[in-house]
Design a binder for this molecule. Sequence first.
Ligand SMILES: Cc1ncc(COP(=O)(O)O)c(C=O)c1O
Length: 367
Amino acid sequence: MTVSIKPAFRNCLLPLQPYVPGSSTEEVAGRYAPIRISKMGSNENPLGPGPKAMEAVRNLAASLSVYPDASAGDLRAALAAAAGKKPGNFFVGNGSDEVLLLIAATYLNPGDQVLVGTHTFFNYEFVARVFDGEVHTIPTRDLRYDLPAFSAAADARTKLIFLCNPNNPTGLYFTHTDLAGFLYSLPRNVLVVVDEAYGEYADAEDFPDTAALMEDFPNLVAVRTFSKAYGLAGLRVGYAMASETIVKDLRQVKMPFNVNLPAQKAALAALGDAEHLERTLGLNGEGKRSLTRELEKLGCEVLPSQGNFLCFQPPGSAAAICEYLFRQGVIVRPLNRFGLDRWIRVTVGTQNQNSHFLEALSAFFSA
Ligand SMILES: Cc1ncc(COP(=O)(O)O)c(C=O)c1O
C-alpha cells in the first residue's frame, strides 16, 4: 500500500489551471537575446509610475519597521473624496486580484453558482473554484458580453456574477444603460462584481457610472486597480467600491495588514498626481489611434478598445506571428488561453515601443 506524503488536494481545486502571466523581459531576453525588448504583453503603464508616487516610496524607507494602517484609512478617504462617496464605501486589497479572491471568500458557500463570461480575465473562474463555487460560463455574442443570457441563467443558486468592463482581452465594453437594465433584471441578493481594472482609460460617453448605479443597486461592486493607469503593478494595490455593508463584510475576512506601507503611500500620492494620469491617458489615446490605423493597413481586424490595449486578428497564424514578435523582442499576448486562437493582444506603448511592434509585424508580413 502506498502512503501519501501529503494531504489530498481539495477536489474543487483539481480542474484549476495555474495562471500563466504575460512573458517577462528576463524570459524573452534569456530565450531569444533580442537587441531590444518592448514589453507589451501585460497592459502595464509604459510611462511607469508617476513622479509623486516614486517620491512617496523613496521617502518612507525609514518607516519600514512600522506596520501599515490596517484599514488603509488615508487611501480610502482619498478614494472617497475623488468619487463623491464615503470612506466606508471602499475596501483596499493587495492588488485587485486579492479583492476578487476576498469577495469569493466572503460570500461563496460550496456549490453556490457563479456566472462568468467566455473570453475574459481568468481570475473570476479561479477565485470561484478556490471556494468551491459552481462555475457557469456564459458564451459571448460577437465577442461581447451577452447580458440577457446572464440574466436568463441566473437562478436561486446564483450568488455571484463577475463581469469585466472594458473586457480584458477584447477591450469591448457594455454601456451604462446595458448595466442598469441588467441589474434591474436580477434579484438583489445576487452580487454583481464589475471589474473596471481599465476603467480610467474608458472615454466612451455611455461607459457605466458604477458609483451612481450603486445608489440604486446595493448589490453592485466595482473593482479597480492602481496597476494599470496609475503604473503601480509592482506594488499591488486594488480596491472595491461598494455599499458600506459589503465593505464591512470584506473587512471581516481580510488579513490585518493586507496592503503594505509603500503600496498605501504610493497609491495615495498617485491619486493626487492628475498630471501623470493625464499624460498616461493622452499617450494611450494617441497610441491606440495610430496602432489601429497601422494594424488595419496591414490587413488586421482590430476591435475598438476602451482599454490600454488592442485585440487584433492578423491575416495568418497568430501563433507564428507571436513567435516572430518574441524573437524580435516584442512581447505581446497570444490569446489562445482566452479561447481566441486567432487573436493577439498588444498593450499600447510609448511611441518607440509602438514603432518597434509595427516594424516587427511589417517585417513578418513582408518576409
Ligand atoms: C481585468 C483585470 N482585472 C484584474 C487584474 C489584476 O490586477 P491587479 O494587479 O490589481 O491584481 C488584471 C490584471 O491584468 C486585469 O486585467
